[in-house]
Design a protein around this ligand. Structure first.
Ligand SMILES: NC(=O)c1ccc[n+]([C@@H]2O[C@H](COP(=O)([O-])OP(=O)(O)OC[C@H]3O[C@@H](n4cnc5c(N)ncnc54)[C@H](O)[C@@H]3O)[C@@H](O)[C@H]2O)c1
Ligand SMILES: [Zn+2]
Length: 507
């Protein structure tokens, strides 16, 4: 590829509607990454010798777009991989898209047009194209498809501060068809070792001094599994300045990430998640772990340099694993609300549209993690459906239910509790139950002993003073973490989740 990526870095281009916060986020991101900042409008004004509004007024939109094309081309050709605030329209159109795909990574700051309008009005900022809210909404509707087509990451910006957005983009979670084959580009000449699930090892490209294959699955997350990787990293003579590329499902990125965190007191790593669970959840956020006396009880927070989500890898994923990933997608959509929920409530979209869902889920998780990297508060919302879910998973015996299947069961239970206790609109739990069932997921686990589920919940990491805590929803998009639920309602919910009473018993 070109000179701009010779050191393993590409320009990062921010796009989105005016009012999305691009200029502030771009400045903060450039500071955070220690990269130069390019403001495309400022470049255009410097070349044209007049302001954007004047160019529009005197020379017209066509002339402005020509300036814009030149400025974008110049920014992408810079060898110092700048952060580029691309304005509203520069990334649209086939020519720009091809150039961006070839040379850059693009993050779309997605903002609802009414929120954008409020911000513009508040700031008293005049935009030549958006004179009133209806016009701005029309521009938004016109451009969304173009932004989606060019985006390698989508960040929901309505409720996030600029600094959180910059931190989330800095986590470098990129979703792009074929990106696994380009993983080698990020190595920048460093000594690198590949640790990969055998299911995908041959689909990750790069020049590696060693390629270590792992059989994915919970057994990989063991002391023996970690010891083998440590010894192989030592045999490959990996040094502190080296990098480990870890490709696979959550089990492989968990153990591979833990080994990266600990080998020579920490070497850089790049995650290439190859399951749906991995792409929307497990590989994002730097939690790494193996299982010793209990699941995930030995681990470290160790952020990967980049998370490369390649939808093409999912083509070979077994249907049951894919459905399990869809449960986490539904969870994420319930937490995020907005366009993600609008997409997800239509059901599993099939392979062609899956990338868009992955991108939005990954963006949401990155944003939550960026605001609470050590899981002290906000990050707890990600446990929606996981209190009863983990209980059911443990009671079924690991291997009995996939994690995502247990989450599906836990989600329905948490939504019924939310309708009852938190003001969630009636009918939401029924809708989600139908959605999960339609994707081939269980929503109850008949035959599992409710007492065993309750016992497992008492040992859950999320308990406080021996009491389980729940994430409940006030509304779709409005989670409440750390909620207490009266004992008798917990028991009824578990009875419904294990099919040992009518599910209506808890409603
Ligand atoms: N660190 C975190 O924040 C976090 C979050 C959620 C889950 N997790 C962990 O993730 C693990 C579950 O991850 P998972 O669901 O990805 O399971 P997994 O890693 O076991 O993968 C599932 C199966 O799919 C196979 N596979 C992987 N990629 C494939 C592909 N592209 N094509 C065909 N087969 C493929 C694997 O070999 C395995 O058999 C659990 O251990 C869980 O604790 C971690
Ligand atoms: Zn989960």
């Amino acid at each position: 590829v070109g000179a701009a990526v010779a050191d393993g870095k590409r320009p990062i281009v921010l796009c989105g509607l005016m009012g999305a916060g691009k200029s502030t986020v771009a400045r903060l991101l450039a500071e955070r990454l220690g990269r130069p900042l390019v403001d495309l409008d400022a470049e255009i004004e410097a070349v044209a010798g007049s302001g954007v509004a004047e160019i529009f007024a005197s020379a017209g939109e066509e002339a402005f777009r020509a300036y814009e094309r030149d400025a974008l081309r110049a920014a992408l050709a810079r060898p110092d991989a700048p952060v580029v605030d691309a304005g509203g329209g520069a990334v649209l159109g086939g020519e720009a898209r091809a150039a961006l795909h070839e040379r850059a990574l693009v993050a779309w700051l997605d903002v609802p047009s009414d929120v954008a309008w409020e911000r513009l009005a508040e700031g008293g900022r005049v935009r030549p194209l958006a004179a009133d809210p209806a016009r701005l909404a029309a521009i938004d509707a016109e451009r969304r498809e173009g932004y989606a087509a060019v985006a390698d990451a989508i960040l929901p910006t309505a409720a996030a501060a600029p600094d959180a957005l910059a931190a989330a983009i800095a986590l470098a979670v990129w979703t792009r068809e074929g990106i696994a084959a380009g993983a080698g580009e990020l190595l920048g000449g460093r000594r690198a070792v590949l640790v990969a699930d055998s299911a995908v090892a041959r689909r990750v490209a790069g020049s590696f001094v060693a390629r270590i294959e792992v059989s994915g699955g919970e057994e990989a997350k063991s002391v023996a599994g970690a010891e083998r990787l440590w010894r192989e990293l030592a045999a490959a003579e990996l040094e502190r300045g080296g990098v480990v590329v870890v490709a696979g499902g959550g089990t492989v990125t968990d153990v591979g990430g833990l080994c990266a965190a600990t080998f020579r007191r920490g070497v850089a790593w790049i995650a290439v998640p190859s399951t749906l669970v991995g792409q929307v959840d497990a590989a994002i956020g730097g939690k790494t772990a193996i299982n010793v006396a209990a699941k995930n009880d030995v681990g470290a927070f160790w952020l990967p340099e980049a998370v490369l989500c390649d939808p093409a890898l999912l083509a070979t994923l077994p249907a049951r694993e894919r459905a399990a990933g869809f449960a986490e997608i539904v969870k994420t959509a319930l937490l995020a609300g907005g366009p993600l929920w609008d997409l997800v409530r239509r059901g599993d979209p099939g392979d062609a549209a899956l990338a868009g869902l992955v991108q939005r889920c990954a963006g949401y998780k990155a944003l939550v993690v960026a605001q609470d990297p050590q899981e002290r508060s906000l990050r707890a919302v990600l446990n929606l459906g996981h209190t009863i879910g983990h209980g059911v998973e443990a009671a079924a015996g690991y291997g009995g239910l996939l994690h995502g299947e247990a989450v599906a069961i836990g989600l329905v239970a948490a939504l019924r509790l939310s309708e009852r206790l938190a003001g969630l609109a009636g009918g939401t739990a029924d809708e989600v139950e139908a959605l999960l069932t339609g994707a081939g997921l269980p929503v109850a686990a008949p035959g599992i002993e409710p007492g065993a589920v309750l016992a497992a919940m008492r040992h859950d990491k999320k308990r406080v003073g021996g009491e389980p805590r729940f994430v409940l929803l006030e509304a779709v998009g409005a989670p409440l973490a750390g909620q207490r639920v009266p004992d008798e309602l917990v028991r009824a919910a578990v009875a419904a989740a294990t099919g040992s009473s009518s599910r209506r018993a808890s409603a």
